[in-house]
Design a protein around this ligand. Structure first.
Ligand code: SF4
Length: 195
C-alpha cells in the first residue's frame, strides 16, 4: 500500500494533464498515512501549499490541525489529506471544470489505494465534487451520505472560518460528529498501531 501510494505520487508530480502545470511551483499530492481510514479532501493548493508542496500548511492549515488535534487526529499519524486539484489555480480562483475533471483520476487512484471508510470534504468545491453538485455546505455541513459503503460528510473550509470566525463553534460540532463516526466504524484510527 505504501509502495503503491509512493509510485502514484511519483507519477502525479510529473503530471501535465491540465494547464495548471504551467503555473505551479509544486504538485501537492497529499500527505498522511497510506492505511488511513479517514481522508480529508480540500479544493486545491493555495500559495503556501504550492510553495511547500504540502496540503493545508498556511493559516487555514494551522486551524485545520487544531480541529484535528481536538478529536485525536493527526496528518502524520492516522489520516490522509488531499485536494480535488493537485496544482494551484492562479490567484486562488476556483478550479475550472476541465481542471478538476483532468485531476480527479489522481484522487480516485488515491481512494483506490487508501480505501478510506470516511471522507470529509473541506468546503463547497470538494463537497460539490464528492457528494452532490448542488450540495450546500452552509446548510448541509455535518450530514452524512453513504456511497458504496463509504461515509461522506462536509464541513466548512478552514479558510472560510478564518474569514468568518463566528462559525468556528458550528464547525467544531462537525468534527465532534466525525469523531463519533470514527468510533462507530473505524478499527485502527484511534489505536496507536496506525503506521
Ligand atoms: S491540476 Fe491535476 S491534472 Fe492538472 S496538471 Fe496538476 S496534477 Fe495534473
Amino acid at each position: 500500500m505504501e509502495l503503491q501510494l509512493e509510485q502514484l505520487r511519483q507519477q502525479c508530480v510529473q503530471c501535465q494533464r491540465c494547464s495548471l502545470c504551467q503555473t505551479r511551483t509544486n504538485v501537492v499530492f497529499g500527505t498522511g498515512v497510506p492505511n488511513a481510514e479517514v481522508m480529508f479532501v480540500g479544493e486545491g493548493p493555495g500559495q503556501n501549499e504550492d510553495e511547500q508542496g504540502l496540503p493545508f500548511v498556511g493559516r487555514s492549515g494551522q486551524l485545520l490541525d487544531c480541529y484535528l488535534q481536538a478529536i485525536g487526529l493527526h496528518r502524520d499519524k492516522n489520516i490522509f489529506i488531499a485536494n480535488i486539484v493537485k496544482c494551484r489555480p492562479p490567484n486562488n480562483r476556483d478550479p475550472l471544470a476541465e481542471e478538476w475533471e483532468a485531476c480527479m483520476p489522481w484522487l480516485r487512484q488515491q481512494f483506490s489505494i487508501i480505501q478510506p471508510k470516511i471522507v470529509v470534504c473541506l468546503g463547497r468545491i470538494a463537497a460539490q465534487r464528492m457528494i452532490r453538485p448542488n450540495f450546500s455546505v452552509s446548510k448541509e455541513h455535518g450530514q452524512w451520505v453513504e456511497k458504496n459503503g463509504v461515509f461522506f460528510t462536509a464541513t466548512l473550509h478552514p479558510a472560510a472560518l478564518l474569514r468568518n470566525p463566528i462559525q468556528k463553534p458550528i464547525a467544531f460540532e462537525d468534527y465532534v460528529a466525525i469523531r463519533e463516526k470514527i468510533q462507530q466504524i473505524c478499527t485502527h484510527t484511534y489505536s496507536s498501531n496506525t503506521k
